[in-house]
Design a protein around this ligand. Sequence first.
Ligand code: NA7
Length: 553
Amino acid sequence: GSWSPEERFDVLIIGAGLSGICSLHHIRQRFPSWKVKVLEAGDGVGGTWYWNRYPGARFDSESVSYGFSFDKEILDQWHWKEAFSPQTETLKYIEFVCNKLDLAKDIQFNTRIKSATWQDTDHTWLFIDEKGNRYTTRFFVSCLGFLSNPTLPTIPGIDNFRGESFHTSRWPKNLQTSRDLAGKRIGVVGTGATGIQTITALSKDLNIKSLHVFQRTANWSAPLRNTEIAIDEMTKYRADYQNIFKRCAETPMCFLHSADPRKSSEVSDEERLALWDKLYLEPGFGKWIGAFSDTYTDRTANKLYSDYMAQKIRERVHEPEVAESLIPKDHGFGTRRVPLESGYFEAFNQSNVYLVDLKKTPIEKITEKGILTSNGVEHELDVLIFATGFNAITGAFEAIEWHAKDDRPLLGTSDTETRAIWVDHRPTTYLGMTVPSMPNMFMILGPHQPFGNATRSIEHAVQVVTDLLRHCEEKGYTYVEPTPEAAEAWGEHVVECSKGALSNEVDSWMTGVNKNVKGKTVRSVARYAGSAIDYRRRCEECKAAGWNGLVFA
Ligand code: NA7
């Protein structure tokens, strides 16, 4: 609407999820005279929590450990209603934060950036949105999210389906209620964290006619054990917030859980079982992260724990053949991100829920009526849901056409675009925040950053980026870029950190594999798998050494 053909900014922030709103608040606070704006594709704030409105969407980290820690008033006033907040509440929380901090006035919605061009003559970036509006900025902060670019499967016939079909992160408004879904024959493709939440929620909907689950790779999953948070309980949490955030800062993934320091091999069978039983009965990620310290590096230790978890599945699923299909055979427990569930396995005991094991009967094609599998069965459906995940980490950048320094593209595949900065989705970064040939660009939750409890990582990254901006302002620098040497050394460190982890031997979005995306068939290291404590220390050291590894002008 009212935007001039080329508005000039000091900082542009792309994306109004948790990263974007945290960046906006802190940059505005530290640089009150600067012109700062967030550009957001959606028509509301929230990012992940704005887009992912599928039934059952919630987080698996404790609500009280997930909120922003920097504003006492927000902490004092917000009441988390459940131990693990559902999407609807989390979105309300984010809107509450935006109101409290008066952020909306500096966020421009319905603005999808199409291209970004580095202009070396005056050290600015030029952005052009889908409508052709132009924006120039001295600095920009990428808050694009690491699971924000949804991917659909490349199954033949996908466009032929006559019913409704959609990706879980684009859930249609007309199918929100139980009444909308009444009598429907529903199919879900994909059994990651999203699929498991969606399937469980749909199975509990007594109105639906049937639910077919199309499972390619069985996923380990274990109980979430969510509960409501009563008012007096919330009061206790509030009084304890300092300790909660301190504890998060002391654990490798910033959750309220950390590994049991003992090794599986050091303890007796009874002691082992005692810890496992305790973890299984507790709420949250403890059963993944709190296991014995060698569980995800030692094959024997991992096998023991996997066998324990497999037994739990057998106890919960009535049909032995279905249980065996639901037990992963190709990867050990916890070597992928463990989705937490609230009755997932019991869903398969219902007479209207069917597991289609694609290892036994692969999908041949999608037809007008549903899905045809290799045994000649056409599974007829009214609604076909793709819980097929995201072009993760580097993928969010793919939606924008980049002209970096010397007109280099950011992303490209080795067969066509060898000048790309990131070839075949292999990122080069320095500290996961800056990229060679991408001057004046800073990333929040970008590649090579620790993810874990996302909000904790976001707050830290925003702190580092604002410190770096302060340094530029104080010295009058208009240009900052990491040296190729620093980026190479950082890349080596990131690879080093992930060595020895069993998760490296497994395909998942965490190891950079998504068979639905060109150039993502080979594993790569795109996330910082080391400890967040170590990561923060390295950022500190860089700053203390006068921001070594970066060149300024
Ligand atoms: P994920 O974890 O990447 O899961 C995607 C699922 O979709 C997974 O089960 C895939 O099977 C399946 N998939 C993808 N393509 C196909 C095709 N073509 N046919 C059958 N099945 C397919 O994404 P989520 O959204 O669940 O979770 C992402 C993260 O969000 C999660 O880890 C949390 O951190 C929050 P595959 O395993 O590849 O055989």
